[in-house]
Ligand binder design. Structure first.
Ligand SMILES: [Zn+2]
Ligand SMILES: [Zn+2]
Length: 243
């Protein structure tokens, strides 16, 4: 077992609220500088830039776990992680149909940019990705599982986090480990009540300068399976790094 520097929550230029400089090449450079070993690109309600990021970032020896950040009808953010880019893209295609046809003025709400491996913008997304998909929390969790993935509750104590929005975590199946993302040490207090949680910490970076090393995870290999086993079956340790 070896500890790897991991960041499981990074937004690309396809997220309306992210900087347009969140491109594969610029992010790769910063990840190398920080010594990060494994990341996930988790854009709002889409995996549209995951494939190009996987290609560019992995050339630097950094592992990319395909991901997404779903916004549910309850305005709760849920991270989904998938075993392959194909699985993540199939999920995104399914989810896209659940996103209302509502277009935005990018000057006001932010640009949603598809990018290529040379950091050139190649297209824009017209449907607003920063709104809720028409699925509830249970449906989001079930659908992520249906496509072979696992989930984590995003920034539980911040806006769009499950505890912030609902006041509690509605754990449906109690013998199932739940992964929760925390931002500050004080968040741990609000989670003391629950005994079957695994805590992770991420940068949730929307700009290059907010990228950092938020946690270390011990795994045999940097694979989707090892990551899932560590987080859900305790086959490894997670070390959160506080600011
Ligand atoms: Zn979020
Ligand atoms: Zn996020």
């Amino acid at each position: 077992m070896q500890f790897f520097n991991c960041d499981l929550h990074i937004h690309s230029c396809l997220s309306p609220c992210a900087d347009i400089t969140m491109t594969p090449k610029l992010i790769s450079e910063k990840l190398v500088e920080l010594g990060i070993d494994l990341i996930s690109i988790t854009d709002h309600n889409t995996t549209g830039n995951v494939r190009v990021f996987s290609e560019v970032v992995s050339k630097k020896g950094i592992r990319v776990i395909p991901g997404i950040e779903v916004q549910t009808l309850e305005d709760v953010h849920i991270l989904g992680y998938f075993p392959s880019v194909d699985a993540a893209e199939s999920y995104s295609k399914w989810l896209y149909k659940k996103i209302p046809d509502f277009e935005i003025d990018p000057e006001k709400f932010g640009y949603q940019l598809y990018i290529n491996d040379e950091d050139n913008y190649i297209a824009t997304e017209d449907k607003w990705l920063g709104q809720s998909a028409e699925i509830n929390i249970d449906e989001a969790i079930d659908s992520i599982h249906d496509f072979g993935g696992f989930f984590a509750f995003s920034h539980v104590n911040r806006k769009m986090g499950i505890i912030y929005q609902l006041g509690f975590i509605n754990i449906v199946n109690n013998d199932q480990r739940i992964i929760t993302e925390v931002n500050f040490k004080k968040d741990l207090k609000s989670l003391e009540f629950y005994d079957n949680l695994k805590k992770i910490k991420s940068s949730d970076a929307h700009s290059i300068q907010t990228l950092k090393v938020p946690m270390k995870i011990s795994m045999k290999k940097r694979t989707f399976e090892d990551l899932r086993n560590c987080l859900l079956n305790d086959e490894g340790k997670v070390e959160l790094i506080w600011d």
